[in-house]
Design a protein around this ligand. Structure first.
Ligand SMILES: Cc1cc2nc3c(=O)[nH]c(=O)nc-3n(C[C@H](O)[C@H](O)[C@H](O)COP(=O)(O)OP(=O)(O)OC[C@H]3O[C@@H](n4cnc5c(N)ncnc54)[C@H](O)[C@@H]3O)c2cc1C
Length: 449
Protein backbone atom coordinates (compact mmCIF):
# COMPACT_ATOMS: atom_id res chain seq x y z
CA UNK A 1 0.00 0.00 0.00
CA UNK A 2 1.43 3.40 -1.00
CA UNK A 3 1.50 5.89 1.82
CA UNK A 4 -0.64 9.02 2.20
CA UNK A 5 1.55 12.08 2.47
CA UNK A 6 0.53 15.52 3.66
CA UNK A 7 2.77 18.46 2.77
CA UNK A 8 2.16 21.65 4.72
CA UNK A 9 3.14 24.62 2.52
CA UNK A 10 3.09 24.90 -1.28
CA UNK A 11 5.97 27.38 -1.46
CA UNK A 12 9.14 26.63 -3.39
CA UNK A 13 10.19 23.58 -1.40
CA UNK A 14 6.70 22.17 -0.74
CA UNK A 15 5.86 22.30 -4.43
CA UNK A 16 9.11 20.69 -5.65
CA UNK A 17 8.68 18.02 -2.97
CA UNK A 18 5.18 17.33 -4.33
CA UNK A 19 6.71 16.95 -7.83
CA UNK A 20 9.29 14.44 -6.61
CA UNK A 21 6.93 12.35 -4.48
CA UNK A 22 4.14 12.33 -7.06
CA UNK A 23 6.50 10.53 -9.44
CA UNK A 24 6.73 7.72 -6.91
CA UNK A 25 2.97 7.27 -6.97
CA UNK A 26 2.12 8.45 -3.47
CA UNK A 27 -1.21 9.99 -2.61
CA UNK A 28 -0.29 13.56 -1.75
CA UNK A 29 -2.34 16.33 -0.20
CA UNK A 30 -0.67 19.74 -0.16
CA UNK A 31 -2.13 22.44 2.09
CA UNK A 32 -1.17 26.07 1.58
CA UNK A 33 -2.43 28.98 3.65
CA UNK A 34 -2.25 31.44 0.73
CA UNK A 35 -4.63 31.62 -2.25
CA UNK A 36 -3.80 29.65 -5.40
CA UNK A 37 -1.02 31.58 -7.19
CA UNK A 38 -2.23 30.16 -10.51
CA UNK A 39 -5.38 32.28 -10.29
CA UNK A 40 -4.71 34.89 -7.60
CA UNK A 41 -1.27 36.06 -8.79
CA UNK A 42 1.61 36.71 -6.47
CA UNK A 43 2.07 38.56 -3.23
CA UNK A 44 1.12 42.21 -3.67
CA UNK A 45 1.52 41.87 -7.46
CA UNK A 46 5.22 42.75 -7.11
CA UNK A 47 7.87 40.83 -9.05
CA UNK A 48 10.19 39.22 -6.59
CA UNK A 49 13.05 37.21 -7.98
CA UNK A 50 15.78 34.98 -6.70
CA UNK A 51 19.06 33.56 -7.87
CA UNK A 52 18.92 29.95 -8.96
CA UNK A 53 22.23 28.12 -9.20
CA UNK A 54 23.68 24.66 -9.78
CA UNK A 55 22.09 22.84 -6.83
CA UNK A 56 18.66 24.18 -7.69
CA UNK A 57 19.04 23.37 -11.39
CA UNK A 58 20.16 19.85 -10.54
CA UNK A 59 16.96 19.27 -8.57
CA UNK A 60 14.78 20.78 -11.32
CA UNK A 61 16.50 18.81 -14.09
CA UNK A 62 15.86 15.52 -12.31
CA UNK A 63 12.10 16.08 -12.59
CA UNK A 64 12.20 17.37 -16.15
CA UNK A 65 11.62 21.04 -15.35
CA UNK A 66 14.90 22.41 -16.68
CA UNK A 67 13.49 23.67 -19.98
CA UNK A 68 10.34 25.23 -18.50
CA UNK A 69 12.38 27.11 -15.89
CA UNK A 70 15.08 28.09 -18.41
CA UNK A 71 12.41 29.99 -20.32
CA UNK A 72 11.74 32.24 -17.33
CA UNK A 73 15.33 32.75 -16.22
CA UNK A 74 18.02 35.30 -17.02
CA UNK A 75 21.68 34.32 -16.68
CA UNK A 76 23.75 36.67 -14.52
CA UNK A 77 27.41 36.07 -15.32
CA UNK A 78 28.89 38.28 -12.64
CA UNK A 79 28.42 41.15 -10.22
CA UNK A 80 28.46 44.75 -11.37
CA UNK A 81 29.76 46.85 -8.51
CA UNK A 82 28.41 50.42 -8.51
CA UNK A 83 30.72 52.78 -6.65
CA UNK A 84 29.62 55.96 -4.94
CA UNK A 85 30.65 58.09 -7.93
CA UNK A 86 28.59 56.04 -10.38
CA UNK A 87 31.57 54.08 -11.69
CA UNK A 88 31.04 50.36 -12.33
CA UNK A 89 33.27 47.27 -12.20
CA UNK A 90 32.26 43.85 -13.55
CA UNK A 91 33.49 40.82 -11.58
CA UNK A 92 32.64 37.46 -13.21
CA UNK A 93 31.17 34.79 -10.93
CA UNK A 94 33.13 31.97 -12.52
CA UNK A 95 34.24 30.65 -15.89
CA UNK A 96 32.82 32.21 -19.05
CA UNK A 97 30.04 29.61 -19.30
CA UNK A 98 29.06 29.83 -15.62
CA UNK A 99 26.22 31.99 -14.34
CA UNK A 100 23.60 32.21 -11.67
CA UNK A 101 20.05 32.77 -12.93
CA UNK A 102 17.48 35.35 -11.96
CA UNK A 103 14.03 33.71 -11.75
CA UNK A 104 10.66 35.06 -10.71
CA UNK A 105 9.72 33.43 -7.42
CA UNK A 106 6.03 33.37 -8.33
CA UNK A 107 6.47 31.92 -11.81
CA UNK A 108 8.86 29.25 -10.57
CA UNK A 109 6.42 28.28 -7.84
CA UNK A 110 3.61 28.14 -10.38
CA UNK A 111 5.56 25.87 -12.77
CA UNK A 112 6.17 23.38 -9.96
CA UNK A 113 2.57 23.44 -8.71
CA UNK A 114 1.33 22.88 -12.28
CA UNK A 115 3.75 19.98 -12.71
CA UNK A 116 2.74 18.25 -9.48
CA UNK A 117 -0.96 18.86 -10.14
CA UNK A 118 -0.72 16.80 -13.35
CA UNK A 119 -0.65 13.65 -11.22
CA UNK A 120 -4.09 12.30 -10.36
CA UNK A 121 -3.13 11.46 -6.79
CA UNK A 122 -1.87 14.95 -5.98
CA UNK A 123 -4.32 17.51 -4.59
CA UNK A 124 -3.59 21.10 -3.66
CA UNK A 125 -5.74 22.82 -1.04
CA UNK A 126 -5.17 26.55 -1.01
CA UNK A 127 -6.38 28.97 1.69
CA UNK A 128 -5.78 26.24 4.25
CA UNK A 129 -3.63 27.11 7.23
CA UNK A 130 -2.19 24.37 9.41
CA UNK A 131 -3.12 25.19 13.00
CA UNK A 132 -2.30 22.04 14.96
CA UNK A 133 -0.76 18.58 14.70
CA UNK A 134 -1.24 15.52 16.83
CA UNK A 135 2.01 13.63 16.24
CA UNK A 136 0.73 10.55 18.11
CA UNK A 137 -2.26 10.13 15.84
CA UNK A 138 -0.76 11.73 12.71
CA UNK A 139 -3.73 14.12 12.55
CA UNK A 140 -3.25 17.61 11.18
CA UNK A 141 -5.78 20.39 11.64
CA UNK A 142 -6.30 23.06 8.99
CA UNK A 143 -8.38 26.19 9.05
CA UNK A 144 -10.00 27.33 5.84
CA UNK A 145 -8.90 30.98 5.62
CA UNK A 146 -12.10 32.00 3.78
CA UNK A 147 -14.80 30.18 5.74
CA UNK A 148 -12.86 29.88 9.03
CA UNK A 149 -14.02 26.27 9.25
CA UNK A 150 -11.67 23.54 10.51
CA UNK A 151 -10.85 20.23 8.91
CA UNK A 152 -8.69 17.35 9.96
CA UNK A 153 -6.43 15.23 7.78
CA UNK A 154 -4.74 11.99 8.60
CA UNK A 155 -1.41 11.08 6.99
CA UNK A 156 1.20 8.35 7.10
CA UNK A 157 3.95 10.92 6.59
CA UNK A 158 3.77 14.67 7.28
CA UNK A 159 6.15 17.24 5.80
CA UNK A 160 6.52 20.70 7.27
CA UNK A 161 7.50 22.77 4.22
CA UNK A 162 5.84 25.85 5.68
CA UNK A 163 8.79 28.21 5.67
CA UNK A 164 10.83 30.12 8.21
CA UNK A 165 7.95 30.64 10.64
CA UNK A 166 6.71 27.10 10.34
CA UNK A 167 3.65 25.97 12.28
CA UNK A 168 4.84 22.36 12.02
CA UNK A 169 8.12 23.35 13.69
CA UNK A 170 6.22 25.27 16.33
CA UNK A 171 4.26 22.12 17.13
CA UNK A 172 7.52 20.11 17.27
CA UNK A 173 8.97 22.57 19.75
CA UNK A 174 6.73 21.02 22.36
CA UNK A 175 8.11 17.53 21.80
CA UNK A 176 10.99 16.17 23.89
CA UNK A 177 14.59 17.14 23.05
CA UNK A 178 13.80 19.66 20.33
CA UNK A 179 16.50 22.32 19.91
CA UNK A 180 15.89 25.65 18.24
CA UNK A 181 17.89 28.80 17.69
CA UNK A 182 16.61 31.89 15.97
CA UNK A 183 18.93 34.81 15.29
CA UNK A 184 17.44 38.04 14.00
CA UNK A 185 19.78 40.47 12.26
CA UNK A 186 19.91 44.15 13.10
CA UNK A 187 19.33 44.62 9.39
CA UNK A 188 16.12 44.63 7.40
CA UNK A 189 15.31 44.79 3.72
CA UNK A 190 12.91 46.56 1.43
CA UNK A 191 12.03 45.68 -2.16
CA UNK A 192 12.03 48.51 -4.71
CA UNK A 193 12.13 48.61 -8.50
CA UNK A 194 14.04 49.81 -11.53
CA UNK A 195 11.31 49.80 -14.19
CA UNK A 196 11.89 48.87 -17.83
CA UNK A 197 12.95 51.64 -20.20
CA UNK A 198 10.56 53.27 -22.67
CA UNK A 199 10.87 50.40 -25.14
CA UNK A 200 10.66 47.62 -22.56
CA UNK A 201 14.44 47.35 -22.43
CA UNK A 202 16.61 46.74 -19.36
CA UNK A 203 18.16 50.03 -18.34
CA UNK A 204 21.35 48.45 -16.95
CA UNK A 205 23.23 45.25 -17.88
CA UNK A 206 20.68 42.47 -17.54
CA UNK A 207 23.27 39.72 -17.40
CA UNK A 208 24.62 40.75 -14.03
CA UNK A 209 23.64 41.02 -10.40
CA UNK A 210 24.10 44.69 -9.53
CA UNK A 211 25.51 45.65 -6.14
CA UNK A 212 25.85 49.09 -4.57
CA UNK A 213 28.11 48.19 -1.60
CA UNK A 214 28.24 50.92 1.03
CA UNK A 215 30.19 49.20 3.85
CA UNK A 216 27.48 48.90 6.50
CA UNK A 217 24.57 48.60 4.06
CA UNK A 218 23.93 47.89 0.38
CA UNK A 219 21.46 47.78 -2.44
CA UNK A 220 21.24 45.00 -5.03
CA UNK A 221 19.25 44.52 -8.25
CA UNK A 222 18.32 41.36 -10.16
CA UNK A 223 16.78 41.45 -13.67
CA UNK A 224 13.24 40.42 -14.58
CA UNK A 225 12.08 39.24 -18.00
CA UNK A 226 9.83 42.28 -18.50
CA UNK A 227 12.80 44.68 -18.57
CA UNK A 228 12.53 45.70 -14.93
CA UNK A 229 14.87 44.93 -12.03
CA UNK A 230 13.81 43.97 -8.54
CA UNK A 231 15.92 46.11 -6.25
CA UNK A 232 16.51 45.22 -2.61
CA UNK A 233 17.84 47.67 -0.10
CA UNK A 234 19.50 46.01 2.92
CA UNK A 235 20.09 48.48 5.74
CA UNK A 236 20.25 48.59 9.53
CA UNK A 237 16.98 49.23 11.34
CA UNK A 238 18.61 51.86 13.55
CA UNK A 239 21.56 54.24 13.41
CA UNK A 240 23.45 55.81 10.54
CA UNK A 241 21.92 55.22 7.08
CA UNK A 242 19.22 53.08 8.70
CA UNK A 243 15.56 52.68 7.84
CA UNK A 244 14.63 54.78 10.87
CA UNK A 245 16.42 57.79 9.37
CA UNK A 246 14.14 57.76 6.31
CA UNK A 247 10.66 58.92 7.28
CA UNK A 248 9.69 61.47 4.63
CA UNK A 249 9.82 61.67 0.84
CA UNK A 250 12.52 64.30 1.08
CA UNK A 251 14.57 61.93 3.22
CA UNK A 252 14.17 59.14 0.63
CA UNK A 253 15.45 61.50 -2.01
CA UNK A 254 18.38 62.64 0.08
CA UNK A 255 19.21 59.02 1.01
CA UNK A 256 19.34 57.92 -2.62
CA UNK A 257 21.20 61.00 -3.88
CA UNK A 258 23.79 60.59 -1.14
CA UNK A 259 24.25 56.82 -1.34
CA UNK A 260 23.15 55.63 -4.77
CA UNK A 261 23.46 58.66 -7.07
CA UNK A 262 23.59 56.62 -10.29
CA UNK A 263 20.37 54.81 -9.35
CA UNK A 264 18.31 57.96 -8.81
CA UNK A 265 17.33 58.46 -12.45
CA UNK A 266 16.66 54.75 -12.85
CA UNK A 267 14.17 54.62 -9.97
CA UNK A 268 11.49 57.27 -10.58
CA UNK A 269 9.05 55.54 -8.19
CA UNK A 270 11.53 55.14 -5.34
CA UNK A 271 9.57 57.37 -2.95
CA UNK A 272 6.25 55.63 -3.56
CA UNK A 273 7.86 52.17 -3.41
CA UNK A 274 9.76 53.04 -0.26
CA UNK A 275 6.59 53.80 1.68
CA UNK A 276 4.28 51.25 0.00
CA UNK A 277 6.54 48.25 0.42
CA UNK A 278 7.17 46.72 3.83
CA UNK A 279 10.50 46.64 5.61
CA UNK A 280 11.09 42.97 6.33
CA UNK A 281 13.43 41.35 8.81
CA UNK A 282 16.13 38.72 8.29
CA UNK A 283 16.83 35.74 10.43
CA UNK A 284 18.76 32.50 10.67
CA UNK A 285 16.91 29.53 12.12
CA UNK A 286 18.62 26.33 13.11
CA UNK A 287 16.88 23.41 14.76
CA UNK A 288 17.23 19.71 15.44
CA UNK A 289 15.85 17.09 15.14
CA UNK A 290 13.93 17.74 11.96
CA UNK A 291 12.06 14.46 12.29
CA UNK A 292 9.60 13.56 15.01
CA UNK A 293 7.69 10.29 14.64
CA UNK A 294 6.27 10.42 11.08
CA UNK A 295 6.72 14.16 10.59
CA UNK A 296 9.72 15.94 9.10
CA UNK A 297 10.72 19.54 8.51
CA UNK A 298 12.25 20.50 5.18
CA UNK A 299 13.40 23.70 3.44
CA UNK A 300 13.24 26.96 5.40
CA UNK A 301 11.12 25.31 8.09
CA UNK A 302 14.22 23.30 9.02
CA UNK A 303 16.89 25.87 8.20
CA UNK A 304 16.14 29.48 7.30
CA UNK A 305 19.25 31.37 6.22
CA UNK A 306 19.89 35.02 5.39
CA UNK A 307 19.76 35.63 1.62
CA UNK A 308 23.31 36.84 1.00
CA UNK A 309 24.66 33.72 -0.68
CA UNK A 310 21.51 33.25 -2.74
CA UNK A 311 21.31 29.67 -1.47
CA UNK A 312 18.18 29.33 0.71
CA UNK A 313 15.98 27.92 -2.03
CA UNK A 314 18.89 26.07 -3.65
CA UNK A 315 19.57 24.37 -0.32
CA UNK A 316 15.88 23.47 0.11
CA UNK A 317 15.82 21.98 -3.42
CA UNK A 318 18.95 20.01 -2.57
CA UNK A 319 17.18 18.65 0.56
CA UNK A 320 14.48 17.25 -1.71
CA UNK A 321 16.91 15.92 -4.31
CA UNK A 322 18.90 14.13 -1.60
CA UNK A 323 15.72 12.76 -0.02
CA UNK A 324 14.93 11.22 -3.39
CA UNK A 325 18.30 9.45 -3.47
CA UNK A 326 17.86 8.29 0.13
CA UNK A 327 14.41 6.88 -0.67
CA UNK A 328 16.03 4.86 -3.47
CA UNK A 329 18.75 3.59 -1.16
CA UNK A 330 16.38 2.68 1.67
CA UNK A 331 13.83 1.04 -0.58
CA UNK A 332 11.34 3.71 0.53
CA UNK A 333 11.62 2.80 4.18
CA UNK A 334 10.38 6.15 5.50
CA UNK A 335 11.54 5.75 9.06
CA UNK A 336 15.11 5.21 7.86
CA UNK A 337 14.88 7.71 5.06
CA UNK A 338 13.75 10.67 7.17
CA UNK A 339 16.29 9.83 9.81
CA UNK A 340 19.09 9.72 7.23
CA UNK A 341 17.88 12.91 5.63
CA UNK A 342 18.17 14.94 8.81
CA UNK A 343 21.66 13.65 9.66
CA UNK A 344 22.89 14.09 6.09
CA UNK A 345 21.53 17.61 5.64
CA UNK A 346 21.95 19.22 9.05
CA UNK A 347 25.76 19.85 8.85
CA UNK A 348 25.25 21.28 5.39
CA UNK A 349 22.39 23.59 6.26
CA UNK A 350 24.39 24.81 9.27
CA UNK A 351 27.36 25.48 6.98
CA UNK A 352 25.39 27.47 4.42
CA UNK A 353 23.75 29.45 7.24
CA UNK A 354 27.21 30.54 8.43
CA UNK A 355 28.49 31.20 4.92
CA UNK A 356 25.44 33.32 4.14
CA UNK A 357 26.03 35.51 7.19
CA UNK A 358 29.66 35.98 6.20
CA UNK A 359 28.73 36.80 2.63
CA UNK A 360 26.78 39.85 3.76
CA UNK A 361 30.07 41.38 4.86
CA UNK A 362 31.61 40.40 1.54
CA UNK A 363 28.77 41.91 -0.48
CA UNK A 364 28.11 45.11 1.41
CA UNK A 365 31.73 46.00 2.24
CA UNK A 366 34.52 43.89 0.76
CA UNK A 367 33.16 43.66 -2.80
CA UNK A 368 33.60 47.44 -3.15
CA UNK A 369 37.26 47.34 -2.08
CA UNK A 370 40.12 47.12 -4.55
CA UNK A 371 42.17 44.77 -2.38
CA UNK A 372 39.28 42.34 -2.20
CA UNK A 373 38.70 42.51 -5.94
CA UNK A 374 42.38 41.71 -6.40
CA UNK A 375 42.07 38.75 -4.03
CA UNK A 376 39.20 37.37 -6.12
CA UNK A 377 41.29 37.84 -9.27
CA UNK A 378 44.19 35.88 -7.75
CA UNK A 379 41.87 33.12 -6.53
CA UNK A 380 40.39 32.86 -10.03
CA UNK A 381 43.84 32.76 -11.62
CA UNK A 382 44.86 29.85 -9.36
CA UNK A 383 41.60 28.05 -10.14
CA UNK A 384 42.27 28.44 -13.88
CA UNK A 385 45.85 27.22 -13.58
CA UNK A 386 45.06 24.22 -11.36
CA UNK A 387 41.55 23.50 -12.56
CA UNK A 388 41.37 19.89 -11.36
CA UNK A 389 42.53 20.64 -7.80
CA UNK A 390 41.44 24.13 -6.87
CA UNK A 391 38.06 25.82 -7.12
CA UNK A 392 37.21 29.34 -6.04
CA UNK A 393 35.20 29.37 -2.85
CA UNK A 394 32.23 30.95 -4.62
CA UNK A 395 32.32 28.18 -7.25
CA UNK A 396 32.35 25.46 -4.58
CA UNK A 397 29.16 26.84 -3.08
CA UNK A 398 27.43 27.94 -6.25
CA UNK A 399 28.59 25.81 -9.15
CA UNK A 400 29.51 22.47 -7.60
CA UNK A 401 28.05 19.39 -5.92
CA UNK A 402 30.48 19.62 -3.03
CA UNK A 403 28.57 19.54 0.23
CA UNK A 404 28.15 22.98 1.83
CA UNK A 405 30.08 21.73 4.89
CA UNK A 406 33.03 20.67 2.73
CA UNK A 407 32.86 23.92 0.77
CA UNK A 408 32.99 25.87 4.02
CA UNK A 409 35.97 23.88 5.28
CA UNK A 410 37.91 24.17 2.03
CA UNK A 411 37.07 27.85 1.77
CA UNK A 412 38.58 28.50 5.19
CA UNK A 413 41.74 26.59 4.23
CA UNK A 414 42.08 28.47 0.94
CA UNK A 415 41.56 31.74 2.71
CA UNK A 416 44.76 31.17 4.68
CA UNK A 417 46.68 30.74 1.40
CA UNK A 418 45.15 33.88 -0.08
CA UNK A 419 46.00 35.85 3.08
CA UNK A 420 49.66 34.89 2.58
CA UNK A 421 49.63 35.79 -1.09
CA UNK A 422 47.97 39.14 -0.43
CA UNK A 423 50.71 39.92 2.11
CA UNK A 424 53.45 39.62 -0.55
CA UNK A 425 55.20 42.92 -1.32
CA UNK A 426 53.79 44.89 -4.25
CA UNK A 427 51.12 42.25 -4.82
CA UNK A 428 49.09 44.74 -6.92
CA UNK A 429 51.73 44.50 -9.64
CA UNK A 430 52.81 40.91 -9.05
CA UNK A 431 49.47 39.22 -8.62
CA UNK A 432 50.00 36.79 -11.51
CA UNK A 433 53.76 36.36 -11.04
CA UNK A 434 55.60 33.03 -10.90
CA UNK A 435 56.04 33.48 -7.15
CA UNK A 436 52.29 33.52 -6.61
CA UNK A 437 51.77 30.47 -8.82
CA UNK A 438 54.59 28.60 -7.04
CA UNK A 439 53.08 29.37 -3.64
CA UNK A 440 49.70 28.14 -4.82
CA UNK A 441 51.21 24.98 -6.29
CA UNK A 442 53.04 24.16 -3.09
CA UNK A 443 49.89 24.74 -1.05
CA UNK A 444 47.84 22.54 -3.38
CA UNK A 445 50.43 19.76 -3.20
CA UNK A 446 50.29 19.86 0.60
CA UNK A 447 46.55 20.23 0.96
CA UNK A 448 44.75 18.73 -1.99
CA UNK A 449 46.47 15.43 -2.62
C1 LIG B 1 14.92 38.76 0.39
C2 LIG B 1 15.21 37.31 0.12
C3 LIG B 1 15.93 36.95 -0.99
C4 LIG B 1 16.23 35.61 -1.25
N1 LIG B 1 16.97 35.30 -2.33
C5 LIG B 1 17.29 34.01 -2.57
C6 LIG B 1 18.08 33.67 -3.70
O1 LIG B 1 18.51 34.53 -4.48
N2 LIG B 1 18.36 32.35 -3.91
C7 LIG B 1 17.93 31.37 -3.06
O2 LIG B 1 18.24 30.20 -3.30
N3 LIG B 1 17.18 31.68 -1.98
C8 LIG B 1 16.84 32.96 -1.72
N4 LIG B 1 16.07 33.28 -0.65
C9 LIG B 1 15.61 32.20 0.25
C10 LIG B 1 14.36 31.54 -0.29
O3 LIG B 1 13.35 32.50 -0.47
C11 LIG B 1 13.88 30.49 0.68
O4 LIG B 1 14.94 29.65 1.05
C12 LIG B 1 12.78 29.63 0.04
O5 LIG B 1 11.68 30.43 -0.26
C13 LIG B 1 12.38 28.51 0.98
O6 LIG B 1 11.31 27.82 0.46
P1 LIG B 1 10.27 27.11 1.43
O7 LIG B 1 9.26 26.49 0.56
O8 LIG B 1 10.99 26.31 2.42
O9 LIG B 1 9.61 28.32 2.23
P2 LIG B 1 8.64 29.42 1.64
O10 LIG B 1 9.03 29.79 0.26
O11 LIG B 1 8.55 30.47 2.68
O12 LIG B 1 7.23 28.68 1.52
C14 LIG B 1 6.52 28.28 2.67
C15 LIG B 1 5.06 28.18 2.27
O13 LIG B 1 4.32 27.69 3.37
C16 LIG B 1 3.14 28.45 3.52
N5 LIG B 1 2.73 28.39 4.93
C17 LIG B 1 3.30 29.01 5.98
N6 LIG B 1 2.67 28.69 7.12
C18 LIG B 1 1.68 27.82 6.77
C19 LIG B 1 0.67 27.14 7.52
N7 LIG B 1 0.58 27.27 8.85
N8 LIG B 1 -0.19 26.34 6.86
C20 LIG B 1 -0.09 26.19 5.50
N9 LIG B 1 0.84 26.83 4.75
C21 LIG B 1 1.70 27.62 5.38
C22 LIG B 1 3.52 29.84 3.08
O14 LIG B 1 2.40 30.60 2.69
C23 LIG B 1 4.46 29.54 1.91
O15 LIG B 1 3.80 29.44 0.68
C24 LIG B 1 15.76 34.61 -0.37
C25 LIG B 1 15.01 34.95 0.75
C26 LIG B 1 14.74 36.29 1.00
C27 LIG B 1 13.96 36.65 2.21
Amino acid sequence: MKKNIVIVGAGLVGSILACYLSRRGYKIEVFERRPDMRTAGFIGGRSINLALSHRGWKALKAIGLHDAVSKISIPMRGRVIHDINGGTTFIPYGKDDQAIYSVSRGQLNQIMVEEAAKYKDVNFHFNHRCTAIDFNKNDITFQNENTKTQRQEHADVIFGADGAFSEVRYEMQRTPNFNLSQQHEEYGYKELEIPAGNYGEHQIDKHALHIWPRKSFMMIALPNLDGSFTVTLFAPFKGENSFETVKTEAQVDAYFKRNFPDAVALMPDRKKDFFNNPTASLCTIKCFPWKYKDACLIGDAAHAVVPFYGQGMNCGFEDVHELDGILNNTNENWEDALNKLQYQRKPNSDAIADLALYNFIEMRDLSGREDFQLRLKIEKKIAQKFADKFMTHYAMVTFSDLSYAEAKKRGEQQSALLDKIMALPDIENNWDSDVVIAMAEEWINNNRN
